[in-house]
Write a protein that binds this ligand. Structure first.
Ligand SMILES: [Zn+2]
Length: 150
C-alpha cells in the first residue's frame, strides 16, 4: 500500500438533526412533544412552552421539569390556578408518549447542542415539587379556619 502525502481527505461535514432525531442531542428515535408550565403572578400568569422533537431522555427531562414547575408556581393567580389541571394532564400525556420511546441511540455526523441526552432526573412523583399543591390548600384552609374562628 502506498501512502501519498498529497492525498486529499474529504472534509467531514456535520449536518443538523433530521426527522426522528433529537434536536438537542441528535440521538434517535425521537418524536415531537410539547410541554408547558404555568406560573401565577398575582393577577397575571405566564405560560412557558417547550415544543421540539426530542429523544426519550431529553423529553422526560423537559416534561418532568415543566410539570414540577407548574406544581410549585402554578397556584398563585386565578388564571394559572384554572390552567394547572389542564397543563398537568397534557404534560402527563406527553411524558407517557416519551416514556414509550426506545432508549436513545447516538448518530454520527450530527451537529447537536448536547453531546449526550439530558439526564431525565427523578419522576415527578419522587420530587419535592409534588408537595407544591399543599401550599395553596394550606393557605385556603388557614383562611377558612380564620373566618370560622371569628
Ligand atoms: Zn436527546
Amino acid at each position: 500500500m502506498v501512502y501519498s502525502s498529497t492525498a486529499v481527505r474529504p472534509a467531514r461535514y456535520l449536518r443538523l438533526p433530521g426527522p426522528g432525531e433529537c434536536e438537542l442531542c441528535g440521538c434517535s428515535p425521537a418524536l415531537g412533544v410539547t410541554f408547558r408550565s404555568v406560573r401565577g403572578l398575582a393577577v397575571m400568569h405566564r405560560i412557558v412552552t417547550v415544543r421540539a422533537t426530542l429523544c426519550r431522555y431529553c423529553a422526560l427531562a423537559h416534561g418532568r421539569e415543566r410539570t414540577a414547575r407548574t406544581l410549585v408556581a402554578g397556584w398563585w393567580s386565578i388564571g394559572a390556578f384554572i390552567a394547572v389541571p389542564l397543563l398537568l394532564v397534557l404534560n402527563a400525556r406527553g411524558l407517557r408518549r416519551a416514556a414509550g420511546l426506545a432508549d436513545p441511540r447516538a448518530n454520527d455526523g450530527i451537529a447537536s447542542y448536547l453531546e449526550w441526552p439530558l439526564d431525565p432526573g427523578r419522576p415527578v412523583m419522587w420530587r419535592a415539587a409534588i408537595l407544591g399543591p399543599l401550599v395553596p390548600l394550606f393557605a385556603v384552609g388557614l383562611l377558612v379556619a380564620l373566618a370560622l374562628g371569628r
